[in-house]
Ligand binder design. Structure first.
Ligand code: NAP
Length: 268
């Protein structure tokens, strides 16, 4: 018996996305696919319609699924969203022909240890440790148990390779090719004084090393954790361990040159 091929369609609510989604449903159903707008764990593909923000929300809402994503871009220039609405037909043909690569996206995990209990977060772009209020924050940073710096400033970004073109890049971080298994530590407005000394530029470390951030005791209740733009507040933070996650997500790539084209048109 022929297996039914199911696809999840995840769209934001803007007009262009809704219009594109209707076209996708019609064209994919004509080719024999069953399209579900309610997340189906038995689907073979997640199509996300929107900008990079819509992709990030889809990944978080569906708990970092192993079903691969493909993005139809109705936002600005998208690093996650490869296909333009005018290219839907060629996307469907290439998908049916299997003419694509499956890219692995590495994620970052944070374990936030508070006096009471630990909490876990996973990020696609980055996890930021900063002050709740617009005040300077003091953080001790160690890598695999080796104390590196006493940071003073706005905060520290721990960015994944895909996140290197997002917030980290705006703060002077380097572009890191997505297939590299690394994390980038990017300082936010670091202050160097006699008491607090930290690197003024970002550092890129292997993803399997543990980065530990300890807020000075007086900041244990005023430290904000921002995961892909979503804010989290915890009481009595003792320390935060960050490393590359064992979880991975996947996206289909239909154009090997897309990354370089995106980089050039967005930043140069
Ligand atoms: P948003 O404030 O609506 O969008 C932030 C911008 O970041 C959008 O232009 C978005 O692209 C872009 N972006 C997201 N991921 C990217 C990536 N991997 N590479 C290149 N650009 C990327 O917030 P949002 O849409 O919910 O996204 C949350 C992200 O915003 C965070 O993960 C953080 O990286 C980023 N952010 C950046 C800054 C900054 O650069 N100063 C400050 C705060 C947060 P689209 O237009 O395609 O959606």
């Amino acid at each position: 018996m022929k297996k039914t091929r199911r696809i999840n369609l995840i769209s934001n609510k803007n007009f262009e996305s809704r219009k594109t989604s209707l076209q996708l449903v019609e064209k994919l159903e004509q080719r024999g696919f069953i399209i579900s707008e309610k997340y189906d764990n038995n689907a073979e593909l997640n199509i996300c319609v929107g900008g990079d923000g819509a992709f990030l929300r889809a990944v978080h809402k569906n708990k970092f699924p192993s079903i691969p994503f493909v993005g139809i871009n109705t936002g600005h220039l998208g690093f996650f969203q490869e296909i333009l609405p005018i290219d839907i037909d060629s996307f469907i043909n290439s998908y049916i022909d299997g003419d694509y690569l499956v890219e692995t996206i590495s994620l970052v995990d944070a374990e936030i240890h508070t006096k009471k209990k630990p909490y876990r977060l996973t990020g696609v772009n980055e996890i930021v440790v900063k002050s709740i209020r617009s005040k300077v924050i003091h953080l001790d940073l160690s890598i695999d148990g080796n104390h590196l710096e006493k940071f003073s400033g706005d905060g520290i970004i721990i960015s994944t390779p895909v996140g290197s073109t997002a917030y980290s890049f705006s703060c002077g971080g380097s572009v890191v090719y997505p297939s590299l298994e690394t994390l980038q530590i990017t300082p936010l407005a670091p202050i160097n004084s006699k008491a607090y000394r930290s690197l003024m530029n970002s550092a890129i470390v292997p993803g399997d090393l543990t980065i530990t951030i300890v807020p000075e005791t007086r900041y244990s209740n005023s430290t904000l954790i921002v995961n892909d733009g979503i804010e989290f507040k915890y009481d009595n933070i003792e320390f935060i361990n960050l490393k590359m996650s064992n979880k991975k997500i996947y996206r289909l790539n239909f154009d090997r040159n897309m990354y370089w084209n995106n980089l050039k048109s967005k930043f140069l």
